[in-house]
Design a protein around this ligand. Structure first.
Ligand SMILES: Cc1cc2nc3c(=O)[nH]c(=O)nc-3n(C[C@H](O)[C@H](O)[C@H](O)COP(=O)(O)O)c2cc1C
Length: 175
């Protein structure tokens, strides 16, 4: 397989759940939002909205709404990803588009050497997160992405690379 830089970032990306104290920084956060902004969306509807978080207090407040609190307590930044329900054209496709935007953020983070973890469990307390992040009532939380610089030795929760089903199992047809 030919591995250019983009393919490498896709194949080497993994969820990072522990971080150093080094700030992610506003410039990197902007680049990550830029990557998300250029994701494909049905009808180019761009249903995504973002809240960037660098404030220690806010990260800890949002951490209180997930059983994966430790990840956000340890992260130095996060991005709240929202669906703007006021611009929905097709709920399923709009949510798929948001998945594409989130994946763009994860791949871009990997390319920049920033660790990231997609947090979905936090949706169990969606409304409390929406309130904490002071978003308009039309915005529905889709995920929070925890961010930070990975430790040099990645002993701990994110040490092991997760396996994947073999492609022979996944390709269920070939013509
Ligand atoms: C929709 C979705 C929700 C997820 N929610 C969480 C979560 O709440 N907490 C967490 O630690 N990881 C969460 N993850 C990360 C997955 O656990 C992780 O992607 C998966 O185990 C594969 O590992 P990898 O990302 O290292 O390849 C989520 C991933 C997705 C796509």
């Amino acid at each position: 397989m030919k591995l250019n830089e983009t393919i490498k970032s896709i194949l080497e990306r993994k969820s990072v759940r522990r971080y150093t104290d080094e700030p992610v920084g506003e410039e990197t956060l902007s680049t990550l939002v830029e990557a998300a902004r250029w994701a494909p969306s049905g009808l180019n509807n761009q249903p995504w909205r973002f809240v960037t978080i660098e404030s220690r207090e806010k990260l800890d407040e949002v951490a209180g709404f997930t059983k994966y609190a430790k990840i956000l307590n340890n992260s130095t930044a996060a991005i709240g990803v929202f669906l703007d329900t006021s611009t929905i054209y097709h709920r399923e496709k709009d949510i798929q588009s948001i998945g594409a935007a989130i994946e763009n953020i994860l791949i871009a983070a990997e390319a920049l050497g920033v660790g990231a973890c997609w947090l979905g469990e936090i949706l169990n307390r969606r409304e409390e997160v929406e309130k904490a992040l002071e978003v308009a009532p039309t915005l529905e939380l889709m995920a929070v992405i925890a961010l930070g610089h990975p430790p040099e030795t990645d002993e701990g929760s994110n040490a092991a690379r997760k396996g994947r089903l073999p492609s022979e199992t996944l390709i269920v047809g070939k013509f």
